[in-house]
Each structure stands twice: as C-alpha cells, then as structure tokens.
Design a protein around this ligand. Structure first.
Ligand code: UD1
Length: 341
C-alpha cells in the first residue's frame, strides 16, 4: 500500500477516487486550492471510508507548496485531477486554462522530478478525439481539439509522452474519461456544480429536484436514433476504480499507458431524461432548443484496451447511475452548501 498525493482530490471525480484509494488501503494527501470544491467533500470522504486523509490547501502552480506537500506526505505517486474543465469558460478565458492546466501540470511534473516521484495518473478526456472519424473510439483515433479546454488536455498528453521518452523511469497513466455521472451509493458525495450546470446529468437532477423549471435539449436533429446527442455515460465510482487499477498497473511496470475509461454504450439525451424520471419518480420537463455549438452527434468509447491493460471494466449500468445521482441530489439539493431556511 502506498502514499499518494491527489491533486484536485476535493472535486467530483477526485473525491470519489479518494474513497476508493482509502478503501484499497492507500494513505492519501489531497492537494487542492478549493477553487471549485468544498472541504466538506473531504469530511464526507473520510466518513464513508472510515479512515482519515491529509489535506493541504494549495495551488499546483505554487512550486514551493508542491515540493513541501510531496516531501511531507512521503508520496511515491501522484493522481492529478486538479484543473479547470468548463468548455465555455475556456473559450472566453483561454489564458486561465493554459495557466491552470498546462503551466500547473508542468510545475507539478518538475516538482515531482525534483523529489524523485515518477509515477503519475492523469485525468484526460474523450474531448481529445474531437469530432469522431469512427465509432467506437479507440485510443489510436486521431487527436484534435475543438476548444481551448480540449487543447490543454492535448498539450498535457504531449508533455507527458515527451517526458516518458526523455526518461523511461517515469510511470505515466493517461486516462481518457468519457462522461462521468452518478454519485457514491451513500448519497454523501456527488457532483456539486457552482452556478447553472454545463453538463447534462447535473442539470437533469436539478430539474427533478425542483431547482430548475425545465431542461433545454440542445438539438433533436442529429443523425442519431432519436435525433438527440449520444454519449458514453460512465458511473463515477467505476471511473474512480479505474484509477486504482491504473495505479497498480504502473506500480507493477514502468510505462506510458493511454486508455479510454468508458462503458462502450451510447445513450441519447432523451434516454437519460427517461431513465432519470424512472429513478427519481419525478417528471423532468424539457424543451427542444437549438444545437450547442461544438457538440457532436455521437461519442462513445471502445473500452477494450482498459480491460486488457488494467483488468478494468465499468460495472454499473444506467439505472444505477441515475439512482445514485438522484440519491445525492435529493439528500443534498444545494450540494455541499447548507442553506439556512
Ligand atoms: C462536455 C464537454 C467535454 C467535457 C465533458 C465533461 C462540450 C462541448 N464538451 O461533454 O469537453 O470533457 O463535458 O463531462 O461542452 N445537453 C443538453 N442540455 C443540457 C446539457 C447537455 O441537451 O443542458 C446535451 C448535449 O448537447 C450533449 C449531451 O447532453 O448531447 C451531453 O452533454 P454534456 O454533459 O455537456 O457532455 P459533453 O458535451 O459530451
């Protein structure tokens, strides 16, 4: 069992991964600047796991703070979630995306090198495939960014490949996530977007709980079975377990591993609406609106390589994704923020 530094560990995917890491017996230090997360998430992670973790409030662009956290924690590996992820914001303010994501990752890697910590699992995204040339998407599909957020993921992937080529002692896992949804089965942790959610499932959940009047379905004239966009939704706990498996694989063998984490199954926006209505017993009113710029018709993974390389496959289906998302949303209608009545 190892000591691990988890950047961005208080966020949505990070917090679920912390639960799985603690469950697997690892000792963890979360390094997070809390720019889009709440310390309460970490309190709840510890409650679920019935184990404690260390927390350092810090920014990955702060080299001194990183060096100190790496040394104090005694970490032998880093799981790196910290980063900005809103596509629309990245178009409006690209420099903050390059600064946080690219400069932040370069700073982290150089601090790791200085401390002799050369094992890293990185959160990449299916966004690196751009508009799919074929489906399902395999890891050798051509890479192409359609917005600054995606471009930062591509630049970082390239930086990691270059680093591995320069020094094959590095052990690097690049995990390309499809669409993470759902929440821990306890209902204690989940996705807590600040402001109106950009992503489908949190928006649907807020409509079901009565926080928003209706969902806008962005386009019903795509070349898909019902005309709405098709995506590969993956339960966040499956995704989190993929990280634990990737870490174990890297610890067994130095390599630069690139794998999709998806289910291989595509569901449409209307499939998701219906499944959520079923799971919650609440209506999810929607209105069809124009297409969102930059959206593609369909996008889903070929998850074969993840199974071959990691022995990992997604186990939780659509019903579980919606039931767990609803449990979290219903128990925490305002996320981690407690609103006084
Ligand atoms: C988006 C990002 C992607 C990022 C991912 C993170 C864009 C163009 N892409 O992916 O880079 O990695 O989130 O999870 O933003 N939809 C609606 N109404 C809504 C919200 C979404 O109809 O209010 C539809 C979309 O048109 C799409 C599907 O739901 O067909 C999923 O959308 P979303 O959850 O935003 O994910 P992606 O666009 O796949």
């Amino acid at each position: 069992m190892s000591k691990i530094l988890v950047t961005g560990g208080a966020g949505y995917i990070g917090s679920h991964t912390c639960v799985e890491l603690l469950g697997a017996g690892h000792e963890i230090t979360v390094f997070d600047n809390l720019c889009n997360s709440q310390p309460e998430a970490l309190a709840r992670v510890q409650r679920i796991a019935d184990k404690s973790l260390h927390f350092v409030q810090g920014d990955i662009r702060d080299r001194v703070a990183l060096l100190q956290a790496l040394r104090t924690s005694g970490a032998t590996a880093v799981i790196h979630f910290a980063g900005l992820k809103a596509v629309g914001d990245s178009v409006k303010d690209p420099l903050s995306y390059y600064d946080n994501n690219v400069v932040g990752t370069a700073c982290l890697l150089s601090a790791m090198a200085e401390c002799g910590v050369k094992t890293l699992v990185f959160s990449s995204s299916a966004t690196v495939y751009g508009d799919p040339q074929f489906l399902p998407l395999t890891e050798d599909h051509r890479l192409c960014a359609t917005n600054p957020y995606g471009q930062t993921k591509l630049v970082i992937e390239g930086m990691l490949q270059d680093l591995y080529r320069s020094d094959p002692d590095w052990r690097i896992g690049i995990l390309r996530y499809f669409n993470p949804v759902g929440a821990h089965v306890s209902g204690l942790i989940g996705e807590d977007p600040q402001g109106p959610p950009n992503n489908l499932l949190p928006f649907v959940a807020q409509v079901a709980v009565g926080r928003r009047a209706f969902l806008s379905v962005w386009g019903d004239d795509y070349d898909t079975p019902d005309g709405t966009g098709v995506r590969d939704y993956i339960h966040v706990v499956d995704l989190a377990q993929g990280h634990v498996k990737a870490l174990a694989r890297l610890q067994a063998q130095a390599q630069c591993l690139v794998v999709n984490l998806g289910t291989g199954i595509g569901y449409s926006v209307l499939d998701m609406v219906r499944a959520f209505e079923q799971a919650s017993g609440k209506p999810v009113p929607y209105k069809v609106a124009p297409r969102r710029s930059g959206d593609v018709a369909s996008n889903y993974a070929d998850p074969t390589l993840a199974f071959e390389q990691l022995g990992w496959r997604a186990e939780r289906g659509l019903e579980t994704m919606c039931a767990d998302a609803w449990r979290w949303q219903n128990a925490n209608p305002n996320g981690y923020t407690v609103v006084a009545n």
